[in-house]
Each structure stands twice: as structure tokens, then as C-alpha cells.
Design a protein around this ligand. Structure first.
Ligand SMILES: [Zn+2]
Length: 53
């Protein structure tokens, strides 16, 4: 996994959560993908942390 730290504006980080079986994964339009979580709230937290930089 690689995480980029490009100075993108918040508009370029559109995060969403998708369900994969029993898990929920946060994804971003920049290509970032969070770890699989059992709870959507955790996936959202991952997305929020990513979008915040
Ligand atoms: Zn992003």
C-alpha cells in the first residue's frame, strides 16, 4: 500500500464507503483505499482521517 501526501484540495478527496461482504471499506477518488472494517462507522473514520490529511 502506498499513501501519497500530495497537497490536494479537499474537493479532490471524495471519500465513500463501500461494502465488501461483511466488511466496509473507505475509498477515495484519489485512489486511496482504507482497511476493511467490520463497522461502517470505522470506515467513515478512516475516510475522514484521510480527507483531513
Ligand atoms: Zn484521497
Amino acid at each position: 500500500m502506498e499513501q501519497q501526501k500530495a497537497p490536494l484540495s479537499p474537493d479532490q478527496h471524495r471519500t465513500t464507503t463501500i461494502e465488501q461482504g461483511r466488511f466496509c471499506v473507505a475509498r477515495c477518488t484519489c485512489g486511496w483505499r482504507g482497511p476493511a472494517r467490520r463497522a461502517r462507522s470505522l470506515a467513515r473514520s478512516d475516510a475522514a482521517g484521510h480527507a483531513a490529511g
